[in-house]
Design a protein around this ligand. Structure first.
Ligand code: UTP
Length: 237
């Protein structure tokens, strides 16, 4: 199975904890050991937000802020590369061609951001489409897609399963307004819909949850299933 794993920065490196990064590298290693081809995309988390906040106070424009964010995602990508000790390409791929070449060589490509105006959610969706992945996994800080922000709304309900079109419809209103909190960004949702990419959104704070989700479809998050929710997907079950 070919899989792209998006590891949110707040999941990989909410603080600089080597053990946590090693845990995510172990999840990737386990999948490779099981015969999966794996690509990883890493977010910027709180460190990116801190840098962006400071640069905004200094008068940087939005593109400059995004470029700072991209640099932080690439530093986090280098952390994961360090933990993957030789299993990955030696530096973060800056475009999808380089990531695809690494995958063909048998390496694990690791990406951060690529261009202003989006987040690594969209990078992961585009990489999954580019390498024709069987599965895209978002390891985030919430366990799936909810009807509202589960951290701010006690009535928020979790969806077990959505189509790509339903995901876009849900994310669109969530993406409006400052402080909007969507589980994946709107561009990512649109790419998932267009490519009909089978996707799982799950709680990745424990990296041990990633391998069962990929290998057996075993998780408590949300499946995004283009062909309809009775599609068993790549798993024989
Ligand atoms: P993230 O992907 O971590 O953003 O990229 P996020 O989703 O806001 O963070 P989490 O998931 O909650 O931790 C960090 C920042 O880097 C810039 C954006 O400014 C983004 O907010 N970025 C990232 C880009 O401009 N382009 C990219 O391709 C990726």
């Amino acid at each position: 199975m070919r899989v792209v794993i998006s590891i949110g920065g707040s999941v990989l490196a909410p603080d600089l904890d080597a053990d946590r990064v090693a845990g995510h590298a172990s999840a990737v290693e386990r999948l490779v050991d099981e015969g999966c081809e794996v690509g990883a995309v890493v977010g910027g988390g709180g460190v990116a937000r801190d840098y962006i906040g400071a640069a905004r106070e200094l008068g940087a424009n939005e593109v400059q802020l995004d470029q700072i964010g991209i640099d932080v995602t690439r530093i986090n990508a280098r952390l994961l590369i360090a933990a993957l000790s030789g299993l990955s390409a030696p530096s973060p791929a800056h475009d999808y061609e380089a990531a695809g070449e690494a995958l063909r060589r048998g390496d694990v490509p690791v990406m951060g951001g690529v261009m202003p105006g989006q987040t690594t959610d969209a990078v992961a969706a585009a990489l999954a489409e580019y390498v024709d992945a069987d599965l895209l996994v978002y390891a985030t800080s919430v366990d799936g897609v909810f009807s509202a922000d589960p951290n701010g709304d006690g009535d928020a309900e979790q969806y077990d399963c959505l189509t790509g079109a339903e995901l876009v419809d849900l994310i669109t209103p969530m993406s409006r307004g400052a402080g909007a909190s969507a589980p994946v960004d709107l561009l990512a949702a649109k790419l998932i819909e267009r490519s009909e990419m089978r996707t799982v959104v799950l709680d990745g704070t424990d990296p041990g949850r990633i391998a069962p989700a990929v290998l057996r479809g075993d998780h408590s998050g949300t499946d995004v299933v283009p062909a309809g929710c009775d599609d068993a997907g790549p798993w024989d079950r």
